[in-house]
Write a protein that binds this ligand. Structure first.
Ligand SMILES: *Cc1c(COP(=O)(O)O)cnc(C)c1O
Length: 216
């Protein structure tokens, strides 16, 4: 199927309350434009330089999501335009996004990435640390950052019970703090596990290869 058909099929398949992020990392602008012409406006990238180049070259009504691990010293390059940063996994990064957002005179939306995978996962804030962050109201120290929700990646495994358990754990944290911390986004699920993610409360899926084909 073509990129365009894949986008249209996803739009039919996923519930209305779930947002589709088209993960376009490594793909050429022509591929993104094919998705754009099918109506897709939210794209996810995992490298700041690549995302910035695409932002400069492509239509300005695209919303750019940074879904990958972010190095603190590179935040300044995306601060003028990024629409959502998915993988904030440490206070130091929150602090830097706040600083650069202030310089740009804007408030940047972010998600806190929580470590839910038992294996495979280098990144993500430990659950206990995230609990403290939300319980103790520490977020008010960062007025130019708006924490809109949580993000997580499950272990890369064929064991669907394990994947479901990991997503369920994150959904529990999301529901616990949803009202007090005003959270609305739960970013879980990729090409291989988005169905399990949606069954476990996902409101935003990040899909790459199932739309654009395999990456090299
Ligand atoms: C690459 C990537 C995805 C998309 O992966 P696919 O398996 O191609 O759908 C989702 N989330 C993150 C954080 C990624 O780096």
């Amino acid at each position: 199927m073509s990129i365009k058909e894949n986008i249209l099929q996803f739009r039919q398949e996923i519930p209305e309350h779930v947002t589709l992020v088209a993960v376009s990392k490594t793909k050429p602008n022509a591929d993104l434009m094919e998705a754009y012409e099918a109506g897709q406006r939210i794209f996810g990238e995992n490298k700041i330089q690549e995302m910035t180049e695409k932002w400069e070259q492509l239509p300005k009504d695209i919303e750019w999501h940074m879904i990958g691990h972010v190095q603190t010293n590179k935040v300044k390059y995306m601060a003028p335009f990024v629409s959502l940063v998915h993988a904030v996994d440490r206070i130091k990064l929150l602090k830097e996004i706040n600083k650069q957002a202030k310089k740009e005179n804007r408030v940047i939306d972010v998600l806190i990435q929580i470590k839910i995978a038992r294996e495979d996962s280098k990144f993500g804030m430990p659950v206990e640390e995230a609990n403290q962050l939300f319980e103790q109201g520490k977020l008010s120290a960062y007025p130019n950052v708006n924490v809109k929700g949580l993000m997580g990646m499950a272990t890369f495994t064929d064991d669907t019970d394990q994947v479901a358990a990991e997503f369920e754990l994150l959904e529990g944290i999301f529901l616990r703090f949803r009202e007090s911390a005003n959270l609305s986004i739960l970013s879980t699920g990729m090409s291989g596990d988005y169905k399990i993610a949606i069954e476990n409360g996902s409101t935003m899926i990040r899909v790459g290869s199932a739309i654009f084909g395999a990456r090299n």
